[in-house]
Design a protein around this ligand. Structure first.
Ligand code: SF4
Length: 165
């Protein structure tokens, strides 16, 4: 997505201009992304909703963001934190995996893990911790073939390898 964004914004860099595009035009630009047809429809519908319901601006409101097509709780939380500086602890796949491996949460859904992390970390650190865990998880914690006992980074904290998944 990071690679196609410059071309997408060269086509339309505000919601009104994006809403005026054909869905097919958007799809052609983002065709290298997974689920491009669905994403193109969502980008178009989201842009129209921003124009019709929010004066063409991205709302600084979690629930309003979650109502936008294609925007779930995680993405809405990222926008609240990164764009508007509001406290949020979005849980992506890396945070979900790492938090459970590290014993920070036994939650079986991202929402449950998010709640546990919000209790564990001071609110003023949520945005920073969110990014730190993502970068660490991406770099060091493979989703598959994870072997606690073979990793020198944090296997020392759990010598019995209880959380090996
Ligand atoms: S043992 Fe290594 S791979 Fe596993 S959670 Fe710790 S740092 Fe990540």
């Amino acid at each position: 997505m990071n690679l196609v964004t410059p071309r997408l914004f060269a086509l339309a860099d505000d919601p009104a201009t994006m809403a005026a595009q054909e869905v097919e035009t958007i799809r052609t630009i983002i065709h290298t992304c997974g689920l491009a047809p669905t994403k193109a429809r969502n980008i178009h519908a989201l842009s129209r909703q921003l124009v019709e319901e929010h004066g063409g601006r991205v709302p600084a409101d979690l629930e309003a963001l979650e109502r936008l097509p294609g925007v779930g709780h995680k993405t809405a939380s990222v926008v609240m934190n990164q764009a508007f500086g509001q406290p949020a602890f979005p849980v992506d796949t890396h945070i979900f995996r790492s938090a459970r491996r590290w014993g920070l949460s036994e939650g079986t859904t991202p929402i449950r893990v998010e709640r546990d992390l919000m209790v564990l970390f001071p609110q003023e650190t949520w945005g920073r911790r969110h990014l730190q865990i993502i970068y660490f998880g991406r770099e060091h914690c493979p989703a598959r073939n994870h072997d606690f006992s073979a990793c020198l980074i944090c296997s020392w904290a759990n010598p019995e390898g209880i959380r090996s998944g």
